[in-house]
Design a protein. Sequence first.
Length: 196
Amino acid sequence: MPDLPELVRRAMRAARHAGFDRSCLPEQGRLLRLLAGGVHGGAIGETGTGFGVGLAWLAAGAGPGTTVVSVERDAERHAAASELFAGVPNVSIRHADWTDLAEAAPFDLLVLDGGGQGKGAEPPLDPRRWLRPWGTLVIDDFTPMTSWPPTYDGAPDTARLHWLRHPDLLATELRLTPGSATIVARLTRAPAPPGT
Ligand SMILES: C[S@@+](CC[C@H](N)C(=O)[O-])C[C@H]1O[C@@H](n2cnc3c(N)ncnc32)[C@H](O)[C@@H]1O
């Protein structure tokens, strides 16, 4: 891809060097850049920094007045990404469990790539608590849906259904490559009042 932002290129190189193959695809990165460009002077969050590929796409789209904060629990990945973004003043990376990012919420744009998605045993996060009114949520890492209701391993895909049917969200699935899809959703209700 000829027009890769320089930080994306460097993050991809670091991931490849470490043998990490779960970085976001360029197709997903372009979507993140596009969405980040719509956040003017607000806050963007990401769970699961990895080596910072998705974060670099977000930073490429975000204006200088927008803060971007990501969280990663793995020490090596956190260190590599922190070094990469050391000179980028509006980007910060926490070394913690994804739930730690709640301190920086609410977000105008929140990308779930390493926690909060509700995949596996963990419950999904509550978008009303994590997003600003009309905030956008991106849930990465799905295979394209081929039937309704969607299935995973022969059973109903409860994680995907949770987001697509969420009463507080207007959500849709985007197929980005023949083998990968992402869910993009917008909050349609105001956040819960504090203390409730
Ligand atoms: C799919 S990779 C992220 C890729 C990255 N967003 C990118 O675009 O290149 C998922 C990352 O989430 C991190 N992760 C997994 N569980 C986590 C948790 N509970 N808290 C924080 N990070 C977590 C993993 O260590 C891994 O680096």
